[in-house]
Design a protein around this ligand. Structure first.
Ligand code: ASP
Length: 328
């Protein structure tokens, strides 16, 4: 007897931020919808495959310079682009990640190769680049990954250097505060009931070279388990790692919470445990689906841009509480 088919669902995000004051809202929303449609196409096809859907959806966002991932990634303190990415298959819990890699246009493809072609979960820095060469992945000039936004940041870094602020970690962080939090991610449920997640980022602006964020790490930047659900996170990686926020979302689903409650409570747990002293507080957000394809989206602040497709309807917005819907 044929197994009951699941109804495919995809959700993508383009990162969390402290504020909704952005001037390229339409471009952001268009990019997210394009990525969601690309993933949904794969989910709808005969070879409906959640892993391929999230990887392709994330690659669309990596190619879009409006997001801090792949092309458009922000810069580290040396003025260089270094990226982190991960992918996870909820069917067999296989995962692959890369951290602090340079000169790769689509780090999510490299993460997928780590998952498919090695026995490891994570390769880092130059060694991940060596692996990229081995699997025939093209290396690109850093210049081709730079967006106008990163070029502006590069200018600010040079000015800060000239003004002798280069060793002032706090001031440098302030300099980059609005430029490096547009990580991208995707989660999906395919027709066979399999779940997957993928996340990709240029990290936090002006981070120390070699800094690894949450986005490469299973349990932090994302998680997928067919028994419970899938999620992809965004926000300050250091905070997310401290509470393993993606694992926490799975824990809440396992306890029987709805996808939305799991998303809200994961962020709340982070905020409660880390008790931010800063006026802006912690920044953390995530997208979640449970194994039935119910969706949860939540962020500690107003801005978490996303798009989702379910039952042939697309919903999108730059804030989980304010969204629009249309047919596909
Ligand atoms: N979590 C990412 C990082 O810390 C940044 C983000 O989500 O925007 O690298």
């Amino acid at each position: 007897m044929a197994e009951k088919m699941a109804r495919p669902v995809i959700v993508v995000h383009g990162g969390a931020d402290f504020t909704v004051q952005i001037d390229n809202k339409q471009a952001i929303v268009d990019g997210l919808c394009k990525a969601a449609r690309r993933g949904y196409e794969i989910l709808q096809s005969e070879d409906s495959n959640a892993v391929r859907a999230v990887v392709e959806a994330v690659s669309v966002l990596e190619d879009d310079e409006n997001f801090n991932a792949g092309r458009g990634s922000t810069l580290n303190r040396d003025g260089k682009i270094q990226t982190d990415a991960m992918v996870m298959n909820g069917k067999n819990l296989k995962c692959g990640g890369v951290s602090a890699v340079m000169n790769i246009a689509n780090p999510v493809y490299l993460a997928e190769q780590v998952m498919e072609k090695t026995n490891h979960c994570l390769l880092t820095a130059q060694y991940a680049n060596d692996f990229a060469k081995k699997v025939g992945m093209e290396t690109v000039d850093m210049e081709t990954l730079m967006s106008p936004r990163s070029r502006r940041l590069l200018e600010s870094i040079s000015i800060a250097r000239e003004e002798g602020r280069v060793n002032d970690a706090k001031k440098e962080t302030v300099l980059g505060k609005d430029t490096g939090k547009d990580t991208v991610g995707a989660i999906a449920l395919d027709k066979n009931g399999n779940l997957a997640c993928a996340t990709s980022t240029g990290g936090l602006s002006l981070a120390l070279p070699g800094r690894v964020g949450d986005s490469a790490l299973p349990g932090c930047g994302g998680y997928a388990d067919n028994h419970f659900g899938a999620c992809s996170t965004t926000g300050i990686g250091e905070d997310i790692m401290r509470v393993n926020m993606a694992t926490r979302a799975m824990y809440y689903l396992e306890q029987g919470q709805s996808a939305q409650d799991a998303a809200v409570n994961s962020v709340q747990y982070l905020v409660d445990r880390l008790k931010p002293s800063d006026s802006k507080g912690c920044l953390a957000g995530l997208i979640v689906i449970d194994k039935q394809g119910n969706i949860g989206i939540h962020c500690s602040h107003d801005f978490l841009c996303f798009a989702s497709i379910k039952n042939g309807k697309i919903q999108y917005g730059i804030n989980p509480d304010e969204f629009e819907s249309t047919g596909l």
